[in-house]
Design a binder for this molecule. Structure first.
Ligand code: SAM
Length: 184
């Protein structure tokens, strides 16, 4: 069976997210992760999504409506997510980095704002909560964001956070990297 980075991330998140939880999709794109989270948390929970492109929010709204699930969407950078939530209230935050598939490759996530957003996200996570990251590199994504994010994660206090990086070890051409951060 072929396991994509998204499958891998979703399988991991299923162990941490339960009905009634509060979750964040930091990069909604075409809404796949948002739909996944909305189904996991059910009607008692909530999912909030951020994107800097209106077209991404439109695609996501349409997807949620098609599947009859709820979600709140903001046209805002994920770097500002701390303005929307109480500290230590969120069970899971999903970052699917890079550019909108089928969209403008220049409007991709950037190392600086991704790190600001992760910092904000860590303050929002409740104990036992998780941040997942899908990190892309090579091609139009380049390597700067991946290197900046991994350097930031390496310095996180190991007493407070567990950081797990994964590899598609034998896959050529800079395969994407799933990463999980768990708040102890
Ligand atoms: C790879 S896509 C996300 C895919 C999505 N999770 C899905 O399931 O379809 C990355 C998205 O991040 C968005 N993005 C880029 N910079 C951002 C920022 N600072 N804040 C929030 N979203 C951003 C892009 O507009 C793009 O839609």
């Amino acid at each position: 069976m072929r396991i994509s980075i998204v499958d891998w991330t979703h399988q991991f998140l299923m162990q941490y997210v339960k009905e009634g939880d509060i979750c964040i999709d930091a990069t909604v794109g075409n809404g796949g992760d948002m739909l996944f989270l909305a189904r996991l948390v059910g009607e008692q929970g909530s999912v909030t999504g951020f994107d800097i492109q209106q077209i991404a929010l439109d695609h996501t709204r349409e997807k949620l409506e098609q599947h009859g699930v709820n979600g709140t969407l903001y046209l805002d950078s994920h770097a500002n997510m701390a303005e929307y939530f109480e500290p230590e209230s969120v069970a899971a935050i999903v970052f699917n980095l890079g550019y909108l598939p089928g969209g403008d490759h220049k409007l991709a996530t950037k190392g600086d704002s991704t790190i600001q957003a992760m910092e904000a996200g860590l303050s929002l996570l409740k104990k036992g909560g998780v941040i997942s990251l899908c990190i892309y590199s090579g091609g139009d994504s380049g390597f700067e964001e991946k290197e900046a994010v991994l350097a930031y994660l390496k310095e996180l206090d190991h007493r407070k956070y567990l950081v797990i990086t994964n590899e598609f070890y034998n896959k050529p051409n800079h395969p994407p990297m799933p990463v999980f951060i768990i708040k102890n």
